[in-house]
Ligand binder design. Structure first.
Ligand code: UD1
Ligand code: UDP
Length: 430
């Protein structure tokens, strides 16, 4: 096959002159709720592009929480490894994914395999791709806390994924800089923005039901009397299991008692370890609503409705700022410093008293709340999936280097180093 060399013109139609080539087969793999949310826009963009023939493979690391997201985005996976087991250990997930993916990749021999983020699904699929010599595309590459124990095991999962990937789709310039520090070849990094913002725009725009009838009725009914302030809470991190998680439960209970005019909504992760830790303190509180995990559309609408958000979630840390919501993070470190710098996100840790004090400060001080409630978009502009597809096309010599996501200099770095070099795979030069 002769691949033409093109001048790099981002405004040029990207498909021409490569469309006569057979489509590239891309196996997109995910297994948990956040991966499903962040991969859905890429799946949609790949499906629309004649240069690609995507296949959706889910490991089933999560079950109900994964299916919930696929349903919202209308994705029916082509292959489901269905590895989920109640009480699964990290080893169970690792082995289940590795064995299943090896079988699928050796059978199908795709041109590329896409993994997302930092879960055990992402790491093991990257490893299986490497073993099978299938180029690994890492979506949401380059996030770092530089603490190997926090988040656990995600910080190591994503570093290992970096070592195994052929193309790194970095959400921000800061994540790109992290990759450069680890000597990743700049010609293999494209700054796309985070696909979670693509997904969020779609979900919030759809104004879906919350997914909990009692909550729907309660939040709808109050609209005559004026909106009731809402504190939205989520927590699940493995490094917080046990006493820190129990402390989070107690802190939320104290806040509910201190601010009875607030409605506290806590969609609890399905993990029984999380439930056993947080729920005892939250029973019998009149203004606390414990729900099952909400479908993505409903949860997005609830974030939009919330007054402030208390969470240890990675995705919610990215979504909240985009909706102009103050986000208080139940962690000591974050791999998403951009919104902390912008002032809409604050780290509060997991210690009970510290959490109560930090949330109280935001509730009590309208100025603090107003300062934090500015909509900022350091993570994306809704175009990340399109850029990801363009980056893939460029990587395989089927298109020019894509336009990249700004803002370029939130962290003092920028697109000023030399990296417009020929793609290692294709010959399109930009
Ligand atoms: C996983 C990811 C984490 C991600 C989180 C998102 C790893 C190591 N962890 O953590 O990075 O932030 O997902 O939520 O990859 N369960 C169900 N149904 C479900 C999902 C989970 O019952 O749909 C229960 C099961 O008992 C399971 C437990 O939750 O054993 C834990 O699930 P697991 O995927 O192992 O870890 P998470 O804590 O969810
Ligand atoms: N989310 C959801 N329903 C819920 C709670 C969260 O759809 O009840 C979404 C949330 O908007 C975000 C993603 O799930 O996009 C985050 O998942 P999670 O917190 O489980 O994982 P993390 O992002 O921490 O890896």
């Amino acid at each position: 096959m002769i691949v033409p060399t093109v001048e790099c013109d981002p405004s040029a139609p990207s498909a021409s002159p490569w469309t006569d080539d057979p489509p590239l087969t891309v196996t997109v793999v995910y297994g948990t709720r956040p991966e499903a949310v962040k991969t859905a826009p890429l799946v949609a963009a790949l499906r629309k592009d004649p240069r690609f023939e995507p296949l959706v493979l889910v490991t089933g690391q999560h079950r109900e929480m994964l299916d919930q997201v696929n349903e919202v985005f209308g994705i029916v996976p082509d292959v489901d490894l269905d590895i989920h087991r109640a009480g699964q250990t990290l080893t169970d997930v690792t082995v289940g994914c590795l064995v299943g993916i090896e079988r699928e990749l050796s059978l199908r021999r795709p041109d590329a395999v896409v993994v997302q983020g930092d879960t055990t699904t992402a790491f093991t699929v990257a490893l299986a791709g490497f073993y099978q010599r299938v180029p690994v595309i890492h979506l949401e590459a380059g996030l770092r806390t530089n603490d190997v124990h926090g988040p656990f095991p995600e910080e190591i999962n994503r570093r290992l994924a970096t070592q195994l990937a052929a193309l790194h789709l970095a959400p921000t310039w800061e994540s790109r800089r992290n990759l450069l520090r680890e000597n990743v070849d700049p010609s293999r990094i494209v700054v796309t923005g985070n696909t979670v913002i693509d997904a969020l725009h779609q979900a919030v725009g759809a104004r879906r039901p919350y997914g909990d009838d009692a909550l729907e009725a309660e939040l709808e009914a109050e609209s005559d009397a004026g909106p009731r302030p809402v504190l939205l809470v989520t927590a699940h991190r493995r490094e917080s299991w046990g006493e820190p998680m129990a402390g989070i439960g107690r802190a939320v209970a104290r806040l509910a008692r201190r601010y009875p005019h607030y409605l506290v909504v806590f969609p609890v992760h399905r993990n029984p370890i999380v439930r056993e830790a947080v729920l005892p303190a939250l029973r019998d509180l009149a203004n606390v609503r414990i729900t099952e995990p909400l479908p993505y559309g409903g949860f997005a609408r609830l974030m939009d409705r919330a007054t402030l958000i208390l969470t240890d979630s990675g995705g919610v840390q990215e979504e909240g700022p985009s909706l102009g919501k103050p986000v208080l993070v139940l962690r000591d470190t974050t791999e998403r410093p951009e919104a902390v710098r912008a002032g809409t996100v604050a780290l509060v840790g997991t210690a009970e008293d510290a959490v109560v004090a930090a949330v109280s400060k935001v509730i009590d001080d309208p100025e603090v709340r107003a300062r934090m409630a500015r909509a900022v978009n350091p993570y994306g502009d809704g175009q990340a999936a399109r850029r990801g597809v363009e980056a893939l096309a460029h990587h395989f010599g089927r298109g020019p280097w894509p336009d990249e996501f700004g803002p370029f200099r939130t962290d003092g770095s920028g697109p000023d180093d030399v990296r417009r070099v020929p793609s290692p795979v294709g010959t399109a030069s930009c």
